[in-house]
Design a protein around this ligand. Structure first.
Ligand code: PGA
Length: 254
C-alpha cells in the first residue's frame, strides 16, 4: 500500500456562498481547528480571494479559486485568467467541477485548456471528474471517468502531474445527500490511479492525490478517507460549517 506517499488534501468548495466578510469569519473559525498533517484548502468565490488570502496568511489553510479561463487576457467578459490568480498569490484552482459542466457548458476540451493554462501559470489544479446517474446505471462509469481524465490531462507531463489533484465526484452524489459507498468511491479512485500508472508510470500514480467528493460529511468522512485509494475530499455543503469541516479534517489526520 502506497498511501503513506501521499499527504491527504481536504478541500472545501464554498461555491457561490459567503461575502468577503463572511469568508474571513469562516476562515478565522477554521484556523484553530485546521491543525495536523492534512493539507486544507478553501475554494472561495473570486471576489473573496484577496480577503481569504489575507485571512489565511501563515496558517495551515490554502486558498483556491473555483475556476479559471484558458486565455491570458482578452475579450472574455466575466472571466478570470490564471495570470490574474497568480498575480494575487492564489495557489490552487478547481477546474471542471460538475456544476461548471452542467450549468455553464464546460466540456472535456475546455477543461483541458483550463488545466493547461493553470499549470503554465504555476497553479496547483484540483481537477474534477465524475459520471452522472444515467452513466452509472448504464455501467459505463469507468469509461466516462477515464475519458474525462485522459482528455483533461492531454499534454500534461509527469513533472506537471505533481501539481494536479484528481477529485472523483459522482455527479449523483453532489449536493444530494446521497454518498457513494466507501467501496464505490475506492473502486473509481483505484481505477483512476491505474490509468495514471499507465499514462505516467506507477511512481507518479502512487504520488498523486485522488480525492472523493459528493456529500462527504462529518459522519461518513472517516470511512471514506480510510479507503486505500481515497486521499482526501472535496466537500461542498459540510465545508460551510466550521465544526463539520473540522471534523472531516480531523478524520483525515486520524
Ligand atoms: P457536496 O458538494 O459535498 O455538497 O455534495 C461536493 C462538491 O460539489 O464538490
Amino acid at each position: 500500500m502506497n498511501k503513506q506517499l501521499r499527504t491527504p488534501v481536504i478541500a472545501g468548495n464554498w461555491k457561490m456562498n459567503n461575502t468577503p466578510a463572511q469568508t474571513a469569519a469562516l476562515i478565522a473559525q477554521l484556523i484553530p481547528l485546521a491543525q495536523g498533517e492534512a493539507t486544507v484548502v478553501a475554494a472561495v468565490p473570486f471576489i473573496d480571494l484577496p480577503t481569504a488570502l489575507e485571512a489565511a496568511k501563515g496558517t495551515n489553510i490554502a486558498i483556491a479559486a473555483q475556476n479559471v479561463h484558458w486565455a491570458e487576457s482578452g475579450a472574455f467578459t466575466g472571466e478570470v485568467s490564471a495570470q490574474m490568480l497568480q498575480a494575487l498569490g492564489v495557489p490552487y484552482v478547481v477546474i471542471g467541477h460538475s456544476e461548471r459542466r452542467q450549468y455553464f457548458g464546460e466540456t472535456d476540451v475546455t477543461v483541458q485548456q483550463r488545466v493547461r493554462a493553470a499549470l503554465n501559470a504555476g497553479l496547483k489544479v484540483i481537477l474534477c471528474i465524475g459520471e452522472v446517474l444515467s452513466e452509472r446505471k448504464l455501467g459505463i462509469t469507468a469509461e466516462i471517468v477515464r475519458a474525462q481524465t485522459e482528455i483533461a490531462l492531454a499534454g500534461v507531463s509527469a513533472d506537471e502531474l505533481s501539481n494536479v489533484i484528481l477529485a472523483y465526484e459522482p455527479v449523483w452524489a453532489i449536493g444530494t445527500g446521497e454518498t457513494a459507498t466507501p467501496a464505490q468511491a475506492n473502486e473509481v479512485c483505484a481505477l483512476l490511479r491505474a490509468l495514471l500508472a499507465r499514462l505516467y508510470g506507477q511512481d507518479a500514480a502512487d504520488r498523486t492525490v485522488i480525492q472523493y467528493g459528493g456529500s462527504m460529511n462529518d459522519a461518513n468522512a472517516a470511512e471514506l478517507l480510510a479507503q486505500p485509494d481515497v486521499d482526501g475530499g472535496l466537500i461542498g455543503g459540510a465545508s460551510l460549517v466550521a465544526e463539520k469541516f473540522a471534523a472531516i479534517i480531523a478524520a483525515a489526520n486520524a
